[in-house]
Ligand binder design. Sequence first.
Ligand code: IMP
Length: 457
Amino acid sequence: MTRPFVVCGPGTGLLFKAGPASRVYTREMEAKMAVRILVGAAWGDEGKGKIVDFLSEQADIVVRFQGGANAGHTVQIGEQEYILHLIPVGILRPDKTCVIGNGTVIDPEALMEEIEMLGSHGIDVEGRLFISHNAHLIMPYHKLIDRVGEEQRQEEERIGTTGRGIGPAYADKAARKGIRIVDLHDHGVLKEKLQRNIEEANRILDAIYQAEAFDADRIIEEYLAFARQIGPYVINTSEYLNDAIDDGKEILFEGSQGTLLDVDHGTYPYVTSSNTTTGAACMGAGVGPTRIDEVIGVAKAYTTRVGNGPFPTEFPSRWGDEFRRMAGEFGATTGRPRRCGWFDAMVVRYAVMVNGIDSLALARLDTLDSLQTLRLCVGYRLNGDVIPHLPNDANVLARCEPVYEEMEGWDRPTGHIRTWSELPVKARAYIERVAELVKTDVKIISVGSHRDATIFL
Ligand code: IMP
């Protein structure tokens, strides 16, 4: 089987590649073949960075398939903390290849900053970072429209976006006027599209937001420079990934944000502008659903949320402030304080359903070490009745009252523990109850930010 993959014509400055000429399947290959999707099971910030880093040891290729630099995936290696916004966490392991798929929206400025940051730590991405030619670009006007749009909304109508231009970039994509990575290779097309989009953005900025206009020539120059920098990374990533799967490579899809931030399945309109759930991995990477072997969900042992929108198990503000300080719950991308609350089994069970989650990674168990009593939300009361499912309509969810079950805390440090049997009995009981409530096995438990602070069941 020959599958050449060609992104753009020769002489464009973009990578021009041919796929392997033939493939011979072996039993070993088949046995090893594993394509996994990892998604957040709540409102993002579930600790996916650490879990992806842990699982990427086994993987050959790690793939981002949606979102953009709104994500903040944190990994602690030794004394060094890395926060990655766009490039998959797998890049931190020198033998891994990383892909930024077509479903993402790429801010070239943020991308180049991230490549530079990695370079300053001696991490070279060349030859092992590939970007889809079909991914859309975030432009400076997307970021401005995002920010002024938020500022000019009434307080109670604000989404609380990260200000990274995500919504406006996906809006242009859906309106079929977005600028894609592939457009960077044809300077004539790029200039024409940019000119048209900047003129339109300037009209919107002036008429609706009374904001300053962009200088089209300056942006064109800037993006032509990005075109030269990004060129070597661009390939047809769908072909690349499908060939890799045929070759028996292990692939890990790194979801960003979380299920409840999904534009369809989340608490709309308090969501991000991409699909963050499992199906998006197929769409956002050009890989068919029959090629996926396993879905892993990540949830914290409690719940957090940044930005606005309903959050039934949120702690009352004073206790929430105390917990946040103790847990260090501040956004990795914006530094904003995260809202904190009890574990919500309604949310995670819903995530298990819409993602088809096979097993759960439970993060930050150690953060609960010092609590005397823990609460688990086991249901919602709406208009006096206990309801069986999570309503993802934000207005209805805002009226739901959590029904709690209390458990005794274990009141002992767990950060040093590496096996299930060493965990305090009460911690095990808590995890077992979580698994029972969300109807999924817990297979990974994280008890600290370092790579080795992980219990694998
Ligand atoms: P946007 O993605 O910047 O448009 O923000 C929309 C909503 O998603 C806001 O509530 C953000 O706080 C939230 N959000 C976006 N990215 C993340 C993330 O990586 N973690 C947690 N929340 C996020």
